[in-house]
Design a protein around this ligand. Structure first.
Ligand code: A3P
Ligand code: EST
Length: 301
């Protein structure tokens, strides 16, 4: 028997104010737009596949003073609700929409979003909420996204890598143009409510980046706690942690046999995938679309 769930599997994307967006998420958009932030909410904002889950786990550890057991209390998508997430009710793992989940979450809340800044519900800024944005170089993003499209069946079929590269560069992947996303948030980097981080910096020197986060939040923790946070949020630890690796999502929605959610966790994997011609095409596209910006990415670390 066909269920509501089947309807979202490999469904084509819709358009939200011109941005390619999951049709099931669009149904919940009125509630997202009207979302009431609380002043002590912390928003984690990213373009998909830029290290959202990593940053979320780090922040939950900071919020629980490095208590690993508390951070195993529930799966990451319940500990850090995904604001605009909405899938029909009859899923094998029933899960309320992000907004409903957030309404039931006690403060202080961690909130995840992939929205570009121009579509962010106004309440976050009205209430003066802090935001941490994490960006990742687009060559690794497109490779990570390609595997994610395959395993997370909410996405349309990505086709071949060559085809998906064109989809991505044309801004037709879910959440639209990577350039608009990273540049839109970058324009606000001087605001005191925003901390703009890079995946590549976190790979290179996680201790320094965690200290940056602590300073931004005005929190102090002991050396030992920082060490525990770094250990618990390492790729190897997160990959085997069922509360962080998404393995609890039913295979009908996410097939980890096609590709695990925590796939490689490195910078520069694009080199194992791009042809020379694809790389040249990408570089030229990047040059054109980043013209006039002082935003610089490390394509490997
Ligand atoms: P790869 O597909 O390149 O491995 P998001 O959480 O935004 O969906 O991003 C997922 C990407 O972040 C995946 O990239 C995943 O492996 C990587 N990632 C998740 N946790 C990580 C960690 N602790 N260290 C490094 N990379 C991590
Ligand atoms: C969609 C995009 C993204 O970048 C991350 C995630 C993680 C949570 C996923 C969701 C998604 C796709 C839809 C789900 C959801 C968890 C349950 C839901 O079915 C797979």
């Amino acid at each position: 028997m066909a269920t509501e769930k089947d309807a979202v599997i490999r469904e084509e994307l819709g358009s939200l104010h011109g941005m390619p967006f999951h049709k099931s998420f669009m149904e919940g958009w009125p509630q997202v737009e009207a979302f009431q932030a609380r002043p002590d909410d912390l928003l984690i904002a990213t373009y998909p596949k830029s290290g959202t889950t990593w940053l979320s786990e780090i922040l939950d550890m900071i919020y629980h003073d490095g208590d690993v057991e508390k951070c195993r209390r529930d799966v990451i998508y319940n500990r850090v609700p995904f604001l605009e997430m909405k899938v029909p009710g009859m899923l094998s793992a029933p899960r309320p929409a992000g907004v409903e989940q957030l309404e039931k979450t006690p403060s202080p809340r961690l909130v995840k979003t992939h929205l570009p800044i121009h579509l962010l519900p106004t309440s976050f800024q009205d209430k003066g909420c802090k935001v941490i944005y994490m960006a990742r170089n687009p060559k690794d993003v497109v490779i990570s996204y390609y595997y994610f499209y395959q395993m997370a069946k909410l996405h349309p079929d990505p086709g071949t890598l060559a085809e998906f590269l064109e989809t991505f560069l044309a801004g037709k992947a879910a959440y639209g143009s990577w350039y608009e996303h990273v540049r839109g948030w970058w324009d606000k980097r001087q605001e005191k409510w925003l901390l703009y981080l890079f995946y590549e910096d976190m790979k290179k020197d996680p201790q320094r980046e965690v200290r940056k986060i602590l300073q931004f939040l005005g929190r102090e923790v002991s050396e030992g706690t920082v060490a525990r946070i770094l250990h618990h949020t390492s790729f190897q630890e997160m990959k085997k942690n069922p509360a962080a690796n998404y393995e609890t999502i039913p295979t009908s929605m996410m097939d980890h046999n096609l590709s695990p959610f925590l796939r490689k966790g490195i910078s520069g994997d694009w080199k194992n995938h791009f042809t020379v011609a694809q790389n040249e095409r990408f570089d030229e596209h990047y040059r054109q679309h980043m013209a006039g910006s002082d935003l610089v990415f490390q394509m490997e670390v």
